[in-house]
Every structure is written in structure tokens, then in C-alpha cells.
Write a protein that binds this ligand. Structure first.
Ligand code: GDP
Ligand code: MG
Length: 307
């Protein structure tokens, strides 16, 4: 079996390559540690999509520690960066809000079209099943015909029942059936797929609100988690997009997708910094086993450690 760290390492290879090139360019050699070096380092961190705020904070920390004589080599700079990022990424981490005593946990996924909701649900279903949980899926993206079929396919692949209706059906009606059925069948987890038309569309936001209200009517206090799927390949644009969603939905966490396809993996830090939401899962590909619980330690080591 592949180790989880090796999945992070392979998935973040592009980020590591692009970042180590620019970072080593800035800090290696016998350069004097002057403003120019600090600016280069700042630029390298911003380019890897760690976010302006994080880059400025990191460089300030490095500058202070250098002045105090705490650090003197480029290896020590990397250590400071790693330590600092770890602190940032774990600042608000928490366990998933799973209901205890065999009670149903409802997790709803939101995010723009193409961000990876359906695929993440499929992979998560596989992950939760491997932990022995009884999982059901709800196809509430009734806007696109292909979306319902896509989720049904994941249901077959992972052997999880899918509650679905015709293309064009009212998503609230689907979710009503799905929650009722998951409660009746004593499922452990219900994963709800939703439509992702543009986040600026009021129609979509009203629809998400209606789905949430229907869920809690059938099952008070649910959904227990509302996760935003974020396409990592968009880099800092994903942060802007995500902020729009926080205005209209009570998001409780993030699932970062497509970390395998981008040199912009630093955005995990930027988005966390900007939204102050825990990152629960990271997607590294399209296969069932390509989703892993997000692990700050692995993430940082995969980007910064030598082979
Ligand atoms: P949705 O519209 O939000 O439901 O997005 P989908 O789940 O349909 O995903 C959109 C596309 O991104 C599909 O082609 C997926 O296979 C692909 N995708 C999703 N997650 C990942 C990932 O972690 N890595 C890669 N490489 N592709 C992904
Ligand atoms: Mg979908």
C-alpha cells in the first residue's frame, strides 16, 4: 500500500519544483542577507501562491530572527518557514464533526462547477467505507443531467446507495428523500452533492439555503458539516471565489482538489489564512484512493524537504 506521505509527495511535486527553484535562487550562495534577498524570497513565496499576507509575515519573521542571530544559513531559513507554516496551518484544525452513538452525520458539498465536488464525494465515500462506515450519497445537482449520472457511477464504484431523481427535479425534494432514507437505513454518513452554477447567481444561493433548511427540518442540527471544494489550480483566484461562497453559506471546512495538477499548491496556506477554515481533505488525482485527510506536516515536508 502507498504510504499517505508518498501520496502528498507525489501530488505536490510540481509545487515543490517551482518553489525550490525560486527559493533557492533567492537564498543560496554567498549572498549578503540584504533587502534584495528578502524581496526575492517574498516574491518566490507569493509566486507559489502562499498569499501576500503569509509571505510578508514569513519574511518579517526571518528578518527578525536573522537580526537576533537566531539563524544564519539558508537551511535555517527553510526551517523557519516550515515551522511558521505549520503553526499557521494547524491554528484552527479540528476533528470532523461526526455524530456519535451510530447517529447519522450529514456532510454537504458546495463549490463552483468543475471544482471537484462530485469526484471528492466519490473518493470520500471510498475513504469512509474503508473505515467501516455505512455511507449514502444524495444527487442534489439536478441542474445538469450528467451530474446525476456521474454520482450514480461513483455510487456503483464504491458500493454506496445513491438517492437521486430526474434531471431538473427540485433538489430540496431529493435531499428530503435522501435524509429520510439515510435515517431509516441507519447510515453513518450522508454526502450531499449540489449544483455549482456561478456563485454570483442569486438563484444558486437561494437553492443552497433551501436545501439546508429542508435537511434540518427532517433532521434537526444537520447538516453537520458544509464543505467548500476549492480547485487548487486556480491559485489565488480560488481564494477570491471561495470568499464569495462564505458570504452566503455557513461553510465549516474545505476540501482542496487537484493539488496534483498545479505548481500553486501554496494556496492551501493562502486560503486557510484568508478564510480561517480547517482543510479536511486534499485531492491528488481522479482515482478512488487519491483523496487523503489533509495533514499539515506531510504537506510542508512534501514541499520543503530534500528528497
Ligand atoms: P464538480 O462540478 O464540482 O462536481 O466537479 P467534478 O467532480 O465533476 O470534477 C471536475 C473535473 O475535475 C473532473 O474531470 C474530475 O475528474 C477532476 N478532478 C476532481 N478532483 C481532482 C483531483 O484531485 N485531481 C485531478 N487531477 N483531477 C480532479
Ligand atoms: Mg458535480
Amino acid at each position: 500500500m502507498k504510504s499517505i506521505f508518498s501520496v502528498f509527495k507525489k501530488g505536490l511535486k510540481k509545487t515543490k519544483t517551482s518553489l525550490s527553484r525560486t527559493i533557492s535562487g533567492a537564498i543560496t550562495g554567498n549572498k549578503a542577507w540584504n533587502d534584495e534577498v528578502y524581496e526575492e524570497l517574498e516574491a518566490a513565496l507569493i509566486q507559489a501562491d502562499f498569499g501576500v499576507q503569509t509571505a510578508l509575515g514569513l519574511v518579517e519573521d526571518i528578518r527578525d530572527r536573522y537580526k537576533c542571530g537566531d539563524i544564519a544559513t539558508s537551511a535555517e531559513i527553510i526551517d523557519v518557514i516550515k515551522e511558521d507554516l505549520e503553526k499557521r496551518l494547524t491554528s484552527d484544525s479540528r476533528e470532523i464533526n461526526f455524530q456519535r452513538d451510530g447517529k447519522l452525520t450529514v456532510i454537504m458539498f458546495i463549490g463552483v462547477n468543475g471544482s471537484g465536488k462530485t469526484t471528492t464525494i466519490g473518493k470520500l465515500a471510498h475513504h469512509l467505507k474503508s473505515e467501516g462506515k455505512k455511507v449514502m450519497l444524495a444527487a442534489c445537482d439536478t441542474f445538469r443531467a450528467a451530474a446525476v449520472e456521474q454520482l450514480k457511477l461513483w455510487g456503483e464504484r464504491t458500493d454506496c446507495p445513491v438517492v437521486a431523481a430526474q434531471h431538473g427535479a427540485d433538489p430540496s425534494a431529493v435531499v428530503f428523500d435522501a435524509v429520510s432514507s439515510a435515517l431509516a437505513k441507519e447510515a453513518d454518513v450522508l454526502l450531499i452533492d449540489t449544483a455549482g452554477r456561478q456563485h454570483t447567481s442569486k438563484g444558486l444561493m437561494d437553492e443552497l439555503g433551501k436545501i439546508c433548511r429542508t435537511i434540518s427540518k427532517v433532521y434537526p442540527n444537520a447538516p453537520h458539516e458544509v464543505w467548500l471544494t476549492v480547485d487548487s489550480t486556480l491559485g489565488s483566484n480560488a481564494v477570491t471565489q471561495a470568499k464569495e461562497f462564505t458570504k452566503v453559506a455557513n461553510i465549516t471546512g474545505l476540501a482542496l482538489t487537484k493539488l496534483d495538477g498545479t505548481g500553486k499548491g501554496g494556496m492551501a496556506v493562502a486560503i486557510h489564512e484568508q478564510l480561517q477554515l480547517p482543510v479536511f481533505f486534499a485531492g491528488f488525482g481522479e482515482q478512488v484512493s487519491d483523496l487523503q485527510p489533509f495533514n499539515a506536516d506531510y504537506y510542508i515536508s512534501a514541499i520543503f524537504d530534500k528528497e
